[in-house]
Ligand binder design. Structure first.
Ligand SMILES: [Zn+2]
Length: 387
């Protein structure tokens, strides 16, 4: 390549943020230099062989910014060769911690976070699952949420990202069910639900700080409700991600009762015994614990959109803004946080698994995810008489 083919260096050239997407970086460079983002995109990309798409090129981007290609590829995942393990990252770019982003000029910074990143430990801000470009709450005064992020990282180290990904989402889903429905009627006579009442009052307290009643139209964010249950979701995930506990859950009566003694307090039921209905844990024991973890539904590399700065400007579409406003309105009317968690796309992969019984709609799938088919069905009087 001759130097005449390289684009001229921009007058204002700032470095990219860690794991920022190229479209976000170019949008910031364009804003700082008074240029059109998509024109900059054409200068920084080349046609991809056998594809209609263009791909960012480290050398072109390096000529534009004066940053060495190696440095750029360190920060920008899309420039890496070989490509990163895309499945370990969320496929939706999102806004991160406001303090981390404050030192990057030129506009919002959209990054790809790994699935296990929920908190900026350094500045104590909630990052959470992707939401509508809403900075998460400041977590001073919530040490349990900060500690949960550290415990989450330990799960990833111990059991691998895939087991941790599935277990943490399952933990969120179970908390969503418990917050929304409790367990309904009383359990086994020897069991007590005091633990669950305590958990639910904790979640109500945290969520009323993150989304104060009466301010829902301004402060509502589904991501903040995930923050409210994060420590308890990790309590559950610590058991669900462990191969040893999964084996016991799938085992015979004695092995299962060792599992239920361990999981019971984590779902708020001392003396927990699985049952056939309104029990998402029983569903997991029957249907999921003996199978491989569910995988993320998409990767950034395979998902459409977010490629050009122009796409990014439209990332918050009118439809998603309307959906958000609608959710905020409903939440201000009925405050059903568990329901919001259960309906959020983050938990879809564990509500509707590959082997789930197909349902006509998503609400049906949520209902299905707290029922069992055989293992915990009450035995009929005839069968009891036979045994
Ligand atoms: Zn930060």
């Amino acid at each position: 390549m001759t130097s005449s083919q390289l684009p001229r260096r921009l007058p204002v050239a700032v470095p990219p943020a860690r794991h920022e997407i190229v479209a976000s970086y170019l949008a910031r460079l364009a804003a700082l230099n008074g240029l059109d983002g998509d024109e900059l995109w054409r200068q920084a990309t080349r046609p991809r062989p056998a594809s209609s798409r263009r791909a960012p090129d480290p050398w072109l981007l390096s000529a534009l910014t004066g940053q060495p290609p190696g440095h750029l590829a360190g920060a920008l995942l899309e420039l890496r060769d070989p490509p990163p393990a895309w499945e370990t990252f969320r496929h939706h770019p999102q806004i991160g911690c406001p303090r981390c982003d404050a030192r990057h000029r030129g506009g919002p910074v959209f990054r790809l976070f790994p699935h296990h990143r929920y908190v900026c430990a350094r500045h104590r801000y909630w990052i959470g699952p992707p939401d509508i470009s809403h900075p998460g709450p400041f977590l001073d005064g919530f040490p349990a949420i900060l500690a949960a992020q550290r415990r989450h990282l330990r799960l990833v180290r111990r059991h691998g990202w895939a087991a941790a990904y599935d277990a943490v989402l399952t933990g969120f889903m179970v908390c969503g069910h418990l917050w929304e429905n409790g367990f309904g009627a009383a359990f086994h006579p020897d069991s007590t639900l005091a633990g669950l009442l305590h958990k639910r009052s904790l979640w109500d307290m945290r969520s009323s700080v993150f989304i104060p009643p009466g301010t829902e139209q301004q402060t509502f964010s589904a991501s903040n409700l995930f923050a409210a249950v994060y420590p308890e979701a990790i309590d559950i995930a610590a058991i669900l991600s462990s191969p040893t506990w999964r084996k016991l859950a799938a085992g015979d009566h004695d092995q299962l009762s060792r599992f239920t003694q361990q999981i019971g307090p984590r779902i708020g039921v001392d003396g927990y015994q699985p049952r056939d209905n309104r029990d998402p844990m029983a569903h997991w024991i029957e249907q999921d614990c003996w199978r491989a973890p569910s995988q993320p539904p998409a990767t950034f590399a395979s998902a459409p959109g977010h490629r050009r700065p122009g796409h990014l400007a439209k990332a918050v579409t009118k439809a998603s803004r309307d959906r958000h406003d609608n959710s905020a309105w409903w939440f201000s009317r009925n405050r059903r946080p568990g329901n919001v968690i259960l309906h959020h796309r983050t938990v879809h992969p564990v509500v509707t698994r590959e082997w789930s019984t197909p349902k006509d709609d998503y609400s049906g799938a949520i209902w299905q995810a707290q029922r069992t088919e055989q293992r915990f069905k009450p035995r009929s009087p005839k069968r009891q008489a036979e045994s």
